[in-house]
Design a protein around this ligand. Structure first.
Ligand code: APR
Ligand code: PHB
Length: 387
């Protein structure tokens, strides 16, 4: 089998890259380890920057997001129950974010790819990137018990944090930077209206909480918990009670049927560089952010913007310049989003030591909430830095 760009992973990164390349007349094939049902069922975050909305729309997959997504012009930060609104639109000259589940984006992208004749090989086993140091990369894999080979010009490693592509870089050719946080998020997806029509990020003496949503009648909420928190100790009633405690009495947490409950670890991670020979990393394969800044999917989108521009320039004009600068260009934006995600995470969680660090972070939060300049910086980063 032969294609122009071999893509590993059918998450948002791989799917969006494949769709943008298709629109530019460039062929690709996606190899995905999991089944289609599994990929379409994963519950992930849901705040989309304007830049990512625009990119998805230009790629031709913005229709359902435009009709079902919720445009948010602001959100609240609550400190021990007292809420302050961050007027995103007012502080950024009219920029907004869209609340629309990543699960839905994945479904939209898979449908678009299959409708336009794209090839996604689900349940591709033991994918191995080979030959990418030279001009003829190959992705070997198993399908239905047989070993197959996908020959290509370039490999796009869009296979997430646990993927095979980053692990295939030769020793000494990639460096990792990492911070693991001493807390995690217990998330619930609930068939009930969220407490407010906008998101509420809470810092409370009992810990962080976030009130988000997937629609006006499905809420998505999170509680700061221990990384090894036992879900068995969190029956639904206890979750709702704790959410209400951390929110305070300015709004009511509605109970409802719990559709999903899980613990998400918190990690900051960056690999450098994002390229070796003809192998490129994009999205979670190259970096992970803690979810507090809502940047995971948005960074995947900006990586794909830069990488697709590089590939299109190569195929249309024979220029390799943008491919050569891809890693540095993408990493510049990644590190700025890492900084913001770290800032939001440390600002809003209790470090647990009740010591100097906590006092400084509390002072920083109180300063931010009372300063137009600080709020402007926060809002500018939350809606997304320019590509
Ligand atoms: N072979 C083939 N496919 C693989 C392999 C492998 N060895 N390893 C992983 N995959 C697949 C996974 O099953 C998954 O479908 O790669 C895909 C990676 O998708 P994501 O993890 O969603 O990563 P990405 O597309 O970069 O999207 C980033 O996802 O994790 C969130 O917060 C993150 O919102 C961000 C977004
Ligand atoms: C979500 O809706 O899942 C969500 C929203 C905002 C975040 C993180 C997650 O910062």
């Amino acid at each position: 089998m032969r294609t122009q760009v071999g893509i590993v992973g059918s998450g948002p990164s791989g799917l969006l890259l494949s769709q943008i390349l298709h629109n530019a007349g460039i062929e690709s094939v996606i190899l995905e380890r999991r089944s289609r049902d599994y990929v379409e069922g994963r519950i992930r975050a849901g705040v989309i920057e304007q830049g990512a909305v625009d990119l998805l729309t230009i790629a031709g997959v913005g229709e359902r997001m435009a009709s079902q997504g919720l445009v948010h012009e602001g959100f609240d930060i609550a400190l021990n129950g007292e809420r302050t609104r961050v007027d995103l639109a007012g502080l950024t000259g009219g920029r907004t974010v869209t609340v629309y589940g990543q699960t839905e984006i994945t479904k939209d992208l898979i449908n678009a790819r299959l409708d336009t004749g794209g090839t996604i090989i689900f349940e591709a086993g033991d994918v191995r990137p080979e030959g990418f140091e030279g001009a003829s990369p190959v992705l070997s894999f198993t399908q239905g018990g047989a070993r197959e080979a996908l020959h290509c010009d370039f490999i796009a490693g869009c296979d997430g944090y646990h993927g095979v592509c980053r692990a295939s870089f030769p020793d000494g050719k990639i460096r990792s930077f990492e911070r693991i946080y001493p807390f995690a998020w217990l998330g619930v997806l609930v068939e009930a209206a969220p407490p407010s029509h906008e998101l509420i990020y809470c810092r409370d003496t009992r810990g962080f909480a976030l009130f988000s949503m997937r629609s006006t009648d499905v809420s998505r909420s999170y509680l700061q918990c221990a990384p090894d928190e036992d879900l068995n100790e969190w029956p639904d009633d206890r979750v709702f009670e704790e959410l209400q405690r951390r929110l305070g009495d300015s709004a009511t947490v509605a109970a409802g049927n719990v559709l999903e409950k899980s613990v998400t670890p918190m990690r900051s991670f960056v690999a450098e560089p994002l390229r070796y020979g003809r192998l490129f990393l994009a999205g979670d394969a190259g970096h992970i952010v803690p979810p507090t800044g809502a940047k995971g999917l948005n960074l995947a989108a900006s990586d794909i913007y830069y990488l697709s521009n590089g590939l299109i320039d190569y195929y249309k004009n024979g220029n390799e310049g943008l491919l050569d600068t891809y890693s540095a260009t993408a990493l510049d934006r990644v590190w700025k989003a890492q900084r913001f995600s770290y800032y939001m995470t440390t600002l809003l969680h209790n470090a647990g030591d009740d010591g100097f660090e906590d006092k400084i972070k509390l002072a920083e939060l109180r300063y931010t909430l009372g300063s137009d300049a600080a709020l402007k910086s926060l809002a500018e980063n939350y809606v997304g830095l320019p590509y």
